[in-house]
Each structure stands twice: as structure tokens, then as C-alpha cells.
Design a protein around this ligand. Structure first.
Ligand SMILES: [Mn+2]
Length: 291
């Protein structure tokens, strides 16, 4: 039986804070969002914040991938109070939480939960930044207008985000979508969708695209962007995905850029120590070490 309470374990090496006024500049604030009500295949991503935090205790503070010690300040605020079965209300609570953080120099790092929650984070951040570029790593476009009649769903989340006033949407690792979604991406000049096969054939094009971004960036990683051979515990596993090295290449291209928020979503397992949570935790470690 998995322990899942509203006082979950904190992420390894995170700092405690009682008064936001005393927060450090350029710090990150971790918030878990244990919500998985619209998942259409494997459920359990509500346990993501718990299993990913638990996996964080397996890592050293020194990061050999980037030859750097983790010295970034980050706070773990625990889990959001989600409304099971109500995606829209959960996103509203998340948006209000982001609005509370906005006056401070604490950037949100969200641990999902299913992908639909990214909407609440981006909506909150658009209150502070008016020209966001969204970098979206996913096997799926998530650009459906509705999914089985639902407007707010893990399969429609990037459509809802695109309808907000964002500057640009860059999708990487895509390999599963409908004709409607592909048409929508082609019709909109500020959507750039790169297939997972593009990352193998023309990686430099994609990295160049990232290198040229000058405005604030929100990064959302659906863990199903990775190959299910090493990330099988996701809601919708899809073969022929990316590898950790590919994300490291993207991270290297993002060095020095203004990343204002990050979420990692769709880890779906009830088992502590599952390999997908370990990979997600490693990505959070890498991210916090270099940004
Ligand atoms: Mn996906």
C-alpha cells in the first residue's frame, strides 16, 4: 500500500521555508499535483509526486552528467489540494497557487499528475509573462479540441494552452496524433511540431530552433516522450521514443536562457522504485543542477 498523504516526503536536498518574503532570488518551488482523473489508459499518475520524490533519495548531490554540484536553492511546498474528478477546478486552484508565487523570485517546478494540469500553471504564469514560448516534450500533440466530449483533458491540454496568448509552441518527440491535430499544428504558424524520428535524423535543426529562443520559456515534459523500454510506467506508453541523452542535449541548448517554469507529468505507477520515477527524478536533478 502506497503512502499518499498531504504531507508527503520532500524532494532530496530541498530547503524549508516558512516565510516567502525570505525566499532567495532565482530559486525554484516544487509543488506536487496528485491528480489523474482524465487519464484514458493507465491511471495512477496521482502517485507521481510521491514516487518521484522517493526516487530522489537515490542520487548524489554531485551530478556527473554535468560535472557540477547541485547548489541551486529550491523549496518543496508539498502537494496541491486537488479536486478528484474535476480538472477545471484543480487547474483553477493551481493557477491561484502560481499567482501567489508570482510576486517572488521563486519559479514553479511542478511534479504531476496527469498532463492536463499544465494549463493551470501556464495560465498563472501568463499573468507575469506575456510572451511565453512553450517547449513541449511528448509522444502526443495533445492538440485535440475535445476528447470524448471533454474540453479539459490530458489529450487537449496543449490546445487549451495554445488558445491562451502564448508566443510559440515547440513540440518535440511526437509520434502519436490524429489528423485533426496535425492539421491544427500545420494551420498555426506559431506551432512547430517535431517528430521523434526528426530528433534522430535532423537533431541540429531542432537544437538550432531552441538556441534561437530569446523570450521566457515554459518547459513541459510528458514522460511518455521517452522510449518505453526504460520509461514504461506512464499513462500512454508509445514505442520509438527519445532517450535521456536527447533531453541532456536540449538542456545544454537551454543553458543561459530564461526558463520561468517547468513541469514533469504522466509518471503513473503505484510502486516505489519504479524505473520511470527514477528517470523523472534524474531529470529534475539535472534541471535543478544547471538552471
Ligand atoms: Mn503524452
Amino acid at each position: 500500500m502506497l503512502l499518499n498523504t498531504y504531507a508527503p516526503w520532500k524532494f532530496a536536498f530541498s530547503k524549508e521555508i516558512n516565510d516567502l518574503e525570505k525566499s532567495e532570488n532565482n530559486s525554484w518551488g516544487l509543488i506536487g499535483v496528485p491528480f489523474d482523473s482524465t487519464s484514458s489508459y493507465h491511471t495512477s499518475s496521482r502517485f507521481g509526486p510521491t514516487t518521484i520524490r522517493e526516487a530522489s533519495f537515490g542520487f548524489e548531490k554531485f551530478n556527473s552528467t554535468f560535472n557540477k554540484e547541485l547548489d541551486t536553492t529550491f523549496y518543496d511546498f508539498g502537494d496541491l489540494n486537488t479536486i478528484s474528478g474535476n480538472c477545471k477546478k484543480t487547474c483553477e486552484i493551481l493557477e491561484e497557487t502560481i499567482l501567489e508565487l508570482n510576486p517572488y523570485e521563486i519559479k514553479p517546478l511542478i511534479i504531476g499528475g496527469e498532463h492536463s494540469i499544465s494549463y493551470g500553471v501556464v495560465k498563472g504564469l501568463l499573468n507575469k509573462y506575456d510572451d511565453l514560448t512553450i517547449i513541449h516534450l511528448d509522444a502526443h500533440m495533445d492538440l485535440k479540441d475535445n476528447y470524448i466530449g471533454e474540453k479539459y483533458s490530458h489529450a487537449t491540454v496543449l490546445r487549451r494552452i495554445h488558445e491562451l496568448d502564448i508566443k510559440e509552441l515547440i513540440q518535440i518527440g511526437i509520434r502519436s496524433f490524429s489528423k485533426e491535430e496535425s492539421d491544427y499544428a500545420n494551420l498555426n504558424e506559431n506551432i512547430h511540431s517535431y517528430l521523434a524520428s526528426n530528433f534522430k535524423n535532423s537533431k541540429d535543426n531542432i537544437l538550432n530552433k531552441i538556441a534561437n529562443i530569446e523570450n521566457p520559456i515554459y518547459l513541459t515534459i510528458d514522460m511518455d516522450v521517452f522510449d518505453p523500454s526504460f520509461c514504461p510506467d506512464v499513462s500512454n506508453p508509445t514505442p520509438s521514443g527519445l532517450y535521456l541523452e536527447d533531453v541532456e542535449a536540449i538542456f545544454n541548448e537551454l543553458l543561459g536562457k530564461n526558463i520561468v517554469g517547468f513541469d514533469i507529468v504522466e509518471v503513473a505507477s503505484k510502486k516505489l522504485g519504479n524505473i520511470t520515477s527514477i528517470a523523472a527524478s534524474k531529470i529534475i536533478f539535472d534541471f535543478l543542477t544547471i538552471f
